[in-house]
Design a protein around this ligand. Sequence first.
Ligand SMILES: [Cu+2]
Length: 70
Amino acid sequence: MTQATSITLDVKGMTCQGCVNSVTKLVKRVDPDAKVAVDLPTGRLEATTQASAAALIEAINAAGYQARAA
Ligand SMILES: [Cu+2]
């Protein structure tokens, strides 16, 4: 088991709470145990997770948002 780390991403393309929920679900699909906090105005996503930043970015971008390491 790898240790959970804190990952911060900048996510563009989120416009409403529905987007926040969608992005949160995308992260949890990669790691069901992830703790996710999204700030909609800044697009800042913070996750405590065993997943890699690259895996989260790939999942989020595949859904049509633009994520990158903050
Ligand atoms: Cu939305």
